[in-house]
Design a binder for this molecule. Structure first.
Ligand code: HEC
Length: 143
């Protein structure tokens, strides 16, 4: 492990480097509010009853803020979800391939992950490693 797990004093302190830049988070915000907030809520808190299937055998939009299970999915899976949506898997989320560029999708995921505590981020980071996608922090990258 190259990340020190001891430097996690509180949820609000970002003690570790993340794979995205602050610039990406700033660019992701308006994209999120335009394309995602109507379902996942402007603050990414999603539906309170996201675990309960509705009458049409679908699930409500889950929170993306780290309280549900978005952090179970490595980065390629999150990118795929936004590109392909959930309909091919029997869900109801629309696909965004063709509407959003790969860079815009990464900016959106950066904005979403900026809501995650360091604890959640570290577990997610470890899962990426296990899935064979170790992420290099790009904190200083331009895009
Ligand atoms: C029409 C409502 C709707 C919109 C708009 C929408 N989503 Fe979703 N999203 C869902 C639903 C519902 C699910 C659960 C899976 C399913 O049913 O397809 C989901 C699942 C997800 C997941 C997987 C979460 C997890 O914990 O596994 C991610 C990531 C996600 N959405 C991101 C986005 C992003 C980013 C946008 C905007 C570009 C967006 N969604 C727009 C309804 C929506």
């Amino acid at each position: 492990m190259h990340i020190q797990k001891t430097t996690v004093p509180s949820e609000r302190t970002v003690a570790i480097e993340r794979w995205y830049s602050g610039d990406m988070v700033v660019r992701g915000e308006p994209l999120y509010q335009t394309h995602c907030a109507s379902c996942h809520k402007p603050d990414a808190s999603g539906s309170a009853n996201w675990k309960e299937m509705t009458a049409d055998d679908k699930y409500p939009p889950p929170p993306l803020n780290g309280t549900a299970h978005t952090w179970h999915h490595p980065l390629p899976a999150l990118r795929r979800t936004v590109r392909m949506g959930g309909i091919p898997l029997g869900g109801s989320m629309p696909a965004f391939a063709g509407k959003l560029s790969d860079q815009e999708i990464d900016n959106l995921l950066a904005w979403i992950q900026s809501h995650w505590s360091d604890q959640i981020y570290l577990v997610w980071d470890e899962r990426n490693r296990q899935a064979g996608n170790p992420l290099q922090p790009i904190a200083r990258a331009e895009q």
